[in-house]
Design a protein around this ligand. Structure first.
Ligand code: HEC
Length: 94
């Protein structure tokens, strides 16, 4: 095999380092298990009173909570999973 020039060796090392940091940073975008393990009631308590007092689960019907959930998901910048958990909690505690 032809001996590599120093610049070629350097390029290979750089490609290697960039791939590793790329893979590591992709990995860090996944929510930690601590966040994804949060329950609906916990997410409700943490997110739904940032802008207003949260009406009690009794205030609206399950159908209304579905609609409100979609509306507030976009306002509160919640993920689908977080919204589903919160709406699930609101519907089940009536
Ligand atoms: C970023 C701010 C913000 C967050 C966070 C937020 N809301 Fe709201 N919410 C609003 C605003 C503004 C309104 C009134 C205007 C509207 O309906 O868009 C509102 C209205 C509501 C209403 C209607 C109240 C009524 O009497 O008609 C309900 C119910 C509600 N929010 C529930 C929630 C729940 C549940 C969450 C948590 C998932 C939440 N909100 C998170 C801003 C927010």
């Amino acid at each position: 095999m032809k001996k590599l020039q120093p610049i070629q060796t350097l390029s290979l090392v750089l490609i290697f380092i960039f791939s590793i940091t790329g893979i590591l940073s992709l990995n860090s975008c996944a929510p930690t298990s601590a966040i994804s393990a949060k329950s609906g009631v916990q997410l409700w308590g943490e997110n739904c009173q940032r802008c207003h007092n949260t009406p009690s689960p009794m205030t609206f019907s399950p159908q209304q909570w579905e609609t409100i959930g979609m509306h507030m998901q976009t306002r509160a910048l919640l993920t689908q999973d977080e919204k589903d958990k919160i709406v699930g909690f609101l519907k089940s505690s009536r």
